[in-house]
Design a protein around this ligand. Sequence first.
Ligand code: PMP
Length: 454
Amino acid sequence: TKTTQEIQSIDNTHHLHPFTVHHELREAGPRVITRGEGVYLWDSDGNKILDGMAGLWCVQLGYGEQELVDAATDAMKTLSYYNTFFQTTTPHATRLSQLIAEKTPDGLDQIMFGCSGSESNDTAIKLIWYYWNLQGKPEKKAIISRERAYHGSTVAGASLSGLPFMQGIFDLPLPRFHHVGPTPHYYEYGNSDESEREFGLRCAKAIEDKILELGPENVAAFAGEPVMGAGGLMLPPEGYWQEVERICRKYDVLLWSDEVICGFGRTGEWFGCQTYGYTPDIMTMAKGISSGYQPLSAVAINKRMSDAIVNADSEMAHGYTYSGHPVVCAVAVRNLELITEKKLVGERGQATSEYFLKQLSLLDDHPLIGQTRGVGLLGGIELVKDKTTRERFSPDGTAGVTCRNHCFKSGIIMRAVGDTMFLCPPLVITNDEIDELFRLVRISLDLTLEELKP
Ligand code: PMP
């Protein structure tokens, strides 16, 4: 086995990392993660780390779940690969499509597979455009999403995202992608003279205005994450999604829920749209679908869309070699069964969430914290210099990076985007582990305050 320094040196020479300033990484040396069990990870120096981010929002069942290992091993032995192109399927892909359809809201019963969240979003765009073509409305192509949305890193995923730092340098977004603000996040964008509900209606109205500006006959879909994740963990204002749904119906614009983070128990129900009480026409999902054990994603469409597609004489010219991979689907089937058996969507999930959100809110007294917010097992922490004025340490992001580094040193992973810290522990976390998590968060916050205070 190689030493940490040897691994780091090889990594520095050969490995390009996503979203990374490489010369900074080289100075520090990447931390080498070697093992995981339950909610804990270990690095190559033997340090134990509590994963407060469940990898990248995906490891619902925790690390090292033997049942998922067995499901993968069995499937690999019997059928290591086959595709679902043309006239074939596998029992694994078929069973998984049925299981997902049982969990989605009524009517979203047809499932198409891919390997990543970004890929599923690309697939959704094509399904939407194909659908409108079949309806004899090929001009309905514009897709509206929101400022600060994150929908992936492919060319289409980055176009759909509302994050300019991912776009300008690549000449994105592609034509037909439109972003509206304000981002539905009352804490940051709400006016002091409006209630949260009024603010939510104002955000929805901005979508309606954009539809009218583009002409409803040109607008194919509106895409949104139930809870905006990577852009800053922003919870939708009360009533917002109902109004967005009403507007989409009014102008015959398809409603698309990007459930890549929220899906599979993260917000308490199977899907975020169920937590917030709206019914989309199309959903995309990934991450928690296989608890991160295998790369897998899916798109679900409702009967309106599937009837058109299933009855079409043409084929939709789209598909990936690994769509519905039998090993991946076998893991996902067992994963969904285990989420059900362990009542992680249901009684246990609800109790864990209540305890987690209570402990999260107890951080509010900390001098660095402007706001804590959460739903299910998602938590956001806003770091500020001044609690009352909400002034931040400058430049923006200083407190976030400092806190993230202290977390890592203290033995917990939290992610920072700007000055917002994210928590997203595995759904299997116990109350004792939640206590440990917040003990480590508090230590990290105290160290951050010490470093930043004048
Ligand atoms: N949609 C959302 C809402 C996401 O959060 C992400 C990833 N964070 C994606 C899509 C892209 O998924 P992937 O990284 O698997 O391509």
